[in-house]
Design a protein around this ligand. Structure first.
Ligand code: GTP
Ligand code: MG
Length: 402
């Protein structure tokens, strides 16, 4: 893999009203003309993304957005898209040339959602006084004066962004390394079926392999059909087996009981989501009754193929478990159905293509709607009676496991 996947990059969203200089600021920050600039209000319509390395943070993605004050039917649609970008924003650059109610509302939204904010008081060349900066300082402490046309204040803005970066992006945030010891052996079991990406491994698996190597530990990758053979060839049992959810049942039949077995999507729930909420949400499966509504959410929008896990496997397991029909909606991509409170439980995929913030935003929305949320790996292990085993490596309270 040549590049860090987008989902692992710090997401920096650039927000503000139309024409304040959002695209100019983004271009100046990345030193490239990636976003179109013009004096026509409403130039940026769809979010524009640019990935880059920002030392010392590392890989980031900047997202330019349409103005928050856009009007008309199309304008409303653009504002909706901009608000959607907030769901995946970890750090917001709020560009302004006059502090109005729009700015106030955006700031409140960021603060409520725990999103770090840096304000760029742009177009300094058009102002005689520091009135705007003083006004902003009353409501937030990170404000930088900029003139995007002449690149003035852009280095200071970059520094302010680095200073405001959430600690988890500066510290090491592991997916598997803190579950294994140096010198240990992990086996990855991954079916190479028609759903497997062509000619490569899933990025999550590559990421895990890299962490294992960094830890001076070892890994073997095999298909579920070869697992027994691989185990027979090893002189001692592996410390950990991680498999795709759809082969969990098969894998646990092969791997000795004293070996820890979990799934990639459970690792994802820990790495990218609210593990505690999702673990607790799993138990809601028990309360399902015939004809209840279940929402299955999938991050990728791939064309459904074969025994698709979200569309076929989980629904079948759920119906068997409940012993009757269920009303199951499967929704793929970024948009959530309007009223999620209609559902009895939400089952989410691992979310490899989402960043942590977007997953957490979804968990938060489920919480606000009062709907329990769980994830593919947890739900499948639960439905197979293997929840306890698949959750064993993680510190989960007994009340969740029972
Ligand atoms: N004088 C001055 N003009 C600026 C500055 N920054 C941007 N502009 C100008 O302001 C106009 C709007 O800039 P954009 O970067 O397109 O603004 P935007 O916020 O992305 O606008 P929309 O995409 O329409 O929402 C352009 O004519 C820019 O050249 C600045 O610091 N000073
Ligand atoms: Mg723009």
């Amino acid at each position: 893999m040549l590049k860090t996947p987008k989902s692992l990059r710090l997401h920096i969203g650039v927000f503000g009203r139309r024409n304040v200089g959002k695209s100019s600021i983004l271009n100046a920050l990345v030193r490239q003309n990636v976003s179109i600039v013009s004096d026509v209000a409403g130039t940026t319509t769809d979010p524009v993304e640019k990935v880059m390395e920002l030392k010392p943070i590392g890989p980031v993605v900047f997202i330019d957005t349409a103005g928050i004050d856009d009007i008309g039917a199309l304008g409303c649609e653009r504002v909706r898209k901009t608000m959607g970008v907030i769901d995946r924003t970890e750090l917001a650059v709020l560009v302004t040339d006059e502090w109005l109610d729009y700015e106030n509302r955006l700031l409140v939204e960021f603060k409520e959602r725990n999103i770090a904010v840096v304000v760029a008081a742009n177009k300094t060349d058009l102002r005689q006084t520091a009135e705007l900066e003083e006004r902003v300082s009353e409501v937030t402490d990170s404000v930088v004066s900029t003139n995007a046309l002449e690149y003035i204040g852009i280095d200071a803005l970059r520094e302010a962004i680095i200073a405001a970066t959430p600690a988890e992006f500066l510290e090491n945030n592991y997916i598997i390394a803190n579950l294994i010891e140096q010198g240990s052996m992990t086996i990855f079991v991954t079916p190479i079926d028609i759903e497997a990406p062509k000619g490569r491994l899933k990025m999550l698996q590559v990421h895990c392999l890299r962490e294992i190597l960094d830890k001076n530990a070892n890994a073997i990758v095999c298909k579920e059909t070869e697992l027994e053979d691989v185990l027979n060839k090893l002189k001692q049992s592996p410390e950990l087996v991680v498999c795709d959810s759809q082969v969990l049942h098969k894998v646990t039949c092969i791997v000795p009981d004293d070996v820890i077995v979990t799934t990639f999507s459970i690792l994802m729930a820990r790495f990218k989501s609210n593990f505690e909420v999702m673990s607790r949400g799993t138990k809601a499966i028990d309360s399902l009754q015939e004809n209840d509504k279940v929402l299955i959410l999938e991050a990728c929008t791939h064309h459904p193929i074969g025994d698709d896990i979200g569309r076929v496997q989980i629904p079948e397991l759920l119906k068997q478990y409940v012993g009757g029909e269920l009303n199951i909606d499967v929704v793929a991509g970024r948009d959530l159905p309007d009223d999620i409170s209609r559902y009895k439980v939400i089952i989410h995929c691992g979310g490899c293509v989402f960043n942590r913030k977007e997953m957490l935003s979804r968990v938060e929305k489920a919480k606000q709607a009062g709907v329990p949320i769980t994830n593919y790996g947890m739900a499948i292990s639960y439905l197979h009676g293997l929840f306890h085993r698949a959750m064993e490596p993680f510190a989960v309270s007994e009340s969740v496991l029972k």
